[in-house]
Design a protein. Sequence first.
Length: 95
Amino acid sequence: MAVTGISSWACRRRERRSFTPEFKAEVVRLCRAGDRSIERVAKDLDLTETALREWVQRAAIDAGNGPLARLPRTSAPSSHVFDAKVSSCLWIGRS
């Protein structure tokens, strides 16, 4: 059964594009201005809403305002998690 009403371009995957950091910063500024939604900005600039939300989230994290900013900072790397996994694998392997 053939599907009608769908043009051939709708079935093709869009070629991956790259954007400069300056362009991303300007688009994030437009989103933060508050006069248009992220969805509207994405449609106006022919971007995917998902990519735009990721840019906004990344900008917030880079500015120290994102979800990762609330995590406690430690001076030493947390290698104890890795060590625990390695030692448990070694212990299990002894059987």
